[in-house]
Design a protein around this ligand. Structure first.
Ligand code: PGA
Length: 244
C-alpha cells in the first residue's frame, strides 16, 4: 500500500498531469472505461483533453465514460445536474457516456442497475476523483465506510451549499445523490485524485497523512495499490515534506 503524491505548481500544471494520466490509459487501451468526476477542479483537465482530442493527439472514440455520481430527483436537463455538467464541460467524443438518470422514478434501483452494468462491462480502468472540503469522494460523505457500495445517499449540508450556485439557489439543490460506493471506486484498476486550492489543504493532509477513517472518506483511497494524488502547491501546503 503506497500513496503517490505529485505536487504541481498550479492549476494548469495539474490539468496537464491529469490529462497525461488519462491519455496514458487510453493509448494503452483505446476502449478503456473511465470514471470521471464533476466539480470545478477537473474542468481545466477536461479542456486539456478536448484540445488533445481535436489536435489528434489522442482518440477517445472507443473509450467509455462513467459518471461517478448524479443527483437524485431533478430532470436531466436541470442546470446543476451532473448530466448537464458533462454536456457543458466534457466535450470529448467517447463511444458512450453513462450516467445514472437523475429523474429515475426509483433512484435506488437506478444506481444499483448502473453499478451492476458497469461491473458487468468489466469495471473501470481508471477513475479520476476530486475531494470535497469535508473529505467526500463522489457523493460518499463523512460516515462512509471503505466497504460502501453504490447507493442513494443523503448529501451533507456543506456539500449542498457548494452546489447552490450551480442549481441557482440552495433550496433547489437536491437532498439525495446516487453514487458509486468507496468499494466500487477502489475496484478501478487505477485511481487519480485531484486537489487544488488552499481551502483543500487541511482535508488533503487529513486524507493522505491522517488515519484511514469514515470521517474523511478520501482517506480510504490509500487502500488502493495504484493511487496517485495530483495536488497543486496550495492544496499541498500542509503536507509533510516528501520525496515526490
Ligand atoms: P470541486 O469539488 O472540484 O468543485 O472542489 C470537488 C468535490 O466535491 O468532489
Amino acid at each position: 500500500m503506497s500513496v503517490k503524491v505529485v505536487i504541481l505548481p498550479d492549476a494548469r500544471a495539474l490539468a496537464v498531469a491529469a490529462a497525461d494520466a488519462v491519455c496514458a490509459v487510453v493509448r494503452r487501451k483505446p476502449d478503456a472505461r473511465l470514471g470521471l468526476p464533476t466539480g470545478g477542479t477537473p474542468i481545466p483537465t477536461y479542456e486539456e483533453l478536448r484540445q488533445r482530442e481535436s489536435s489528434g493527439d489522442v482518440d477517445f472514440s472507443r473509450g467509455v465514460i462513467y459518471a461517478i455520481d448524479e443527483f437524485a430527483g431533478p430532470s436531466s436537463n436541470t442546470p446543476g445536474t451532473n448530466t448537464a455538467f458533462y454536456e457543458e464541460h466534457l466535450r470529448i467524443h467517447p463511444a458512450a457516456l453513462h450516467c445514472p438518470r437523475s429523474d429515475a422514478p426509483d433512484p435506488d434501483a437506478e444506481v444499483q442497475a448502473y453499478a451492476t452494468a458497469m461491473r458487468r462491462d468489466g469495471g473501470l480502468d481508471l477513475c479520476l476523483l476530486g475531494i470535497g472540503l469535508n473529505g467526500h469522494v463522489a457523493f460518499n460523505e463523512p460516515g462512509s465506510s471503505s466497504a460502501s457500495r453504490a447507493a442513494v445517499v443523503p448529501l451533507a449540508e456543506s456539500s449542498r451549499a457548494a452546489y447552490a450556485d450551480a442549481f441557482g439557489s440552495l433550496d433547489r439543490v437536491p437532498r439525495l445523490g446516487m453514487t458509486l460506493g468507496i468499494a466500487d471506486v477502489l475496484e478501478s484498476r487505477v485511481l487519480v485524485v485531484l486537489a487544488q486550492g488552499a481551502e483543500k489543504a487541511v482535508i488533503v493532509r487529513a486524507a493522505i497523512e491522517g488515519p484511514a477513517t469514515d470521517a474523511a472518506p478520501a482517506s480510504w483511497l490509500r487502500l488502493h495499490a495504484d493511487v496517485t494524488w495530483l495536488v497543486d502547491a496550495a492544496a499541498a501546503s500542509l503536507l509533510s515534506p516528501r520525496a515526490s
